[in-house]
Design a protein around this ligand. Structure first.
Ligand SMILES: NC(=O)c1ccc[n+]([C@@H]2O[C@H](COP(=O)([O-])OP(=O)(O)OC[C@H]3O[C@@H](n4cnc5c(N)ncnc54)[C@H](OP(=O)(O)O)[C@@H]3O)[C@@H](O)[C@H]2O)c1
Length: 263
């Protein structure tokens, strides 16, 4: 088992990516502390993990609330003794931030993803790092998207938010790697089985005169294997990046776009 007895916290664990990563981490032996802004979806994931023979506890934690994150981490330390992996999969609804041309976008809408994504990543990483430094060991992880590296219309502040988080991954690593902590990011292409992607892209597909299926085929045609990645594939890569065999990997966001985006 690649993550046997590793203690992992996941933020946004009720979401598509957070729950897929939870299942993959659990099947490799991790002891999970699953959190989300709403308890209900996180409890469902925790129950599924436990039913499958894994170890998981659910808690309501707003990943923008410093005191709530801190309190939860302390409860983890009290119960499990340490935190080995911090995975931030928080996402805000794309309908709030996409679809308006930049020349018409107001400052508030532009700033929302930048402030939300960077603040949540900063807070969860910083508070976990303080615990990890004491153990001289740990892995901090975050998901971004290819908007960080290529121009895409009608995405408002989402691209700058993704780029900022990738910069933060590098800077956190530069400061934390000497303390034995790795900081790594995952940059998947759209995974159409997630409701996030359907909600974000279906209206654009319709507006462009395409069906949702044609839009997915168009995105898939840009990848080398001519298909889009599955959640399971992305979660399996997350397992490897979190495990000790990936000890040589830090300060980077791994390009998981299957050829859509050149490095
Ligand atoms: N899906 C993809 O194919 C894909 C591809 C590349 C990158 N990404 C990026 O990956 C991230 C996650 O995507 P996803 O598809 O998993 O999204 P998702 O299904 O919407 O999950 C996001 C989760 O974050 C939670 N959340 C939001 N604000 C929070 C807060 N302040 N504290 C704690 N939890 C909070 C949400 O809870 P609520 O439901 O209560 O709001 C939700 O459970 C996003 O940044 C997305 O842009 C996704």
């Amino acid at each position: 088992m690649m993550l046997k007895d590793k203690v992992a916290v996941i933020y946004g664990a009720g979401g598509a990516i957070g729950s897929a990563v939870a299942h993959a981490f659990a099947s490799e032996g991790a002891n999970l502390f699953l959190t989300g802004r709403d308890l209900g979806p996180v409890e469902v994931v925790a129950k599924d993990v436990v039913s499958a023979g894994g170890s998981a506890q659910a808690a309501m934690v707003d990943a923008l609330d410093e005191q709530a994150v801190e309190k939860h981490l302390q409860s983890m330390i009290d119960k499990a003794g340490r935190v080995d992996i911090s995975f931030n999969a928080v996402g805000i609804p794309d309908t709030k931030i996409l679809g308006v041309p930049l020349v018409e976008l107001d400052v508030e809408q532009f700033s929302l993803p930048i402030a939300t994504y960077t603040t949540s990543y900063f807070l969860t990483a910083r508070l976990a790092a303080r615990r990890m430094i004491a153990n001289r060991s740990g892995v901090i992880m975050r998901v971004t998207a290819l908007h960080s590296r290529t121009g895409i219309p009608l995405v408002g502040g989402y691209g700058p938010a993704m780029a900022a988080m990738e910069a933060l991954t590098r800077d956190l690593s530069a400061e934390l790697a000497p303390h034995g902590i790795r900081v790594v990011g995952l940059r998947p292409q759209a995974m159409p089985e997630t409701s996030t992607i359907k909600e974000a892209f279906e209206p654009r597909a319709v507006a462009s005169g395409m069906t949702w299926e044609q839009w997915q085929a168009m995105l898939a045609s840009r990848t080398h294997p001519r298909r889009l990645m599955t959640l399971e594939e992305m979660a399996n890569l997350a397992v490897f990046m979190a495990c000790d065999q990936a000890s040589g990997m830090t300060g980077t966001t791994v390009n998981l776009t299957m050829g859509s985006l050149d490095d």
